[in-house]
Design a protein around this ligand. Structure first.
Ligand code: LHQ
Length: 249
């Protein structure tokens, strides 16, 4: 059985984490498959936005702990280096928006992969757990980068305590874009994806890049990049067509 399913609905790519019996926890094979599909989505011009969703009752329980602790287990740092670090880089560097559709518990690396996505939409019944501290590990998959920047004083306690955070609390804390009724999750996600698909691909790509640069830039540097990217966006056919359409009603 494929660990990752790929489908395309018009210009929307849908990647499904597909080890439901293991709560979609990642073994090496699944991590490499996800990396390959992220590469495909990045380079395929017929794809304008990517959804990462999950089969079964959970979003993702992080690393498959059976694989990590087995007799022939890969070294723990090599799992982080080869499985998770590339996934986080590929999501954040993806030239199009990535939406996480969180349908159930997202734990450990599973939570932080969701938080690395550009738009997180979670079902009311779903939850997030920084499970690492419970098993004597440190947060990985970008958690120590994204969480302090996104939720400040709430980040470290969440990681130290490993408490379950409900989707509605995550929403109140501005850690995710939206928490929706379970039965509306798929429809909401597809609405957002369709809207993104109708926008200029160049504009979306440059906006994502700009916002990612803000972590390390000074105000002056950021203003310069805005100026440069606005020129690129303004030179695009999409800009001219959209403004003409607006002016001509
Ligand atoms: C699992 C897992 C799992 C295998 C549920 N593995 N089978 C990086 C580098 C290297 C090493 C380590 O990790 C990392 C990054 C990380 O992600 S560290 C964090 C790893 N993840 C966790 O510690 C979470 C472990 N899972 C849980 O705490 C619970 O399963 C949660 C809270 C996610 C869900 O609880 P329940 O809904 O009560 O489900 P369950 O515990 O009954 O699990 C259902 C099945 O899934 C069960 O198998 P079984 O054969 O009994 O039905 C679990 O053993 C299996 N499973 N997580 N990570």
């Amino acid at each position: 059985m494929e660990n990752i399913l790929f489908e395309q609905n018009e210009k929307i790519a849908i990647l499904t984490l597909n080890r439901p019996e293991k709560l979609n926890s990642f073994n090496t094979e699944m991590a490499i498959q996800l990396q390959n599909y992220l590469d495909k989505c990045n380079t395929d011009n017929n794809i304008s936005c990517v959804i990462i969703k999950a089969a079964g009752k959970a979003f993702c329980a992080g690393q498959d702990l059976q694989e990590a602790i087995g007799e022939n287990a890969p070294a723990i740092d090599s799992i982080v280096r080869n499985s998770y670090n590339p996934i986080i880089i590929k999501i954040t560097k993806m030239s199009k928006p990535v939406i996480a559709m969180v349908n159930g518990v997202a734990a450990g690396a599973g939570a932080n992969i969701a938080f690395a996505c550009d738009i997180v939409i979670a079902a009311q019944s779903s939850s997030f757990i920084q499970a690492f501290s419970k098993i004597g590990l440190v947060p990985d998959s970008g958690g120590t980068f994204f969480l302090p920047r996104m939720i400040g004083a709430k980040a470290l306690p969440l990681m130290l305590l490993g408490d379950r955070l409900s989707a509605s609390d995550a929403d109140k804390m501005n850690l995710i874009w939206k928490c929706v009724e379970d039965e509306n999750l798929e429809v909401e996600v597809m609405k957002v994806a369709s809207k993104l698909s109708s926008h200029s691909a160049t504009g979306l790509r440059l906006t994502k890049e700009l916002v990612n640069k803000t972590w390390s830039n000074t105000l002056e540097e950021q203003l310069q990049v805005e100026e440069k990217y606005q020129k690129i966006a303004g030179d695009s056919d999409e800009y001219n067509e959209a403004v003409n359409a607006f002016l001509n009603k």
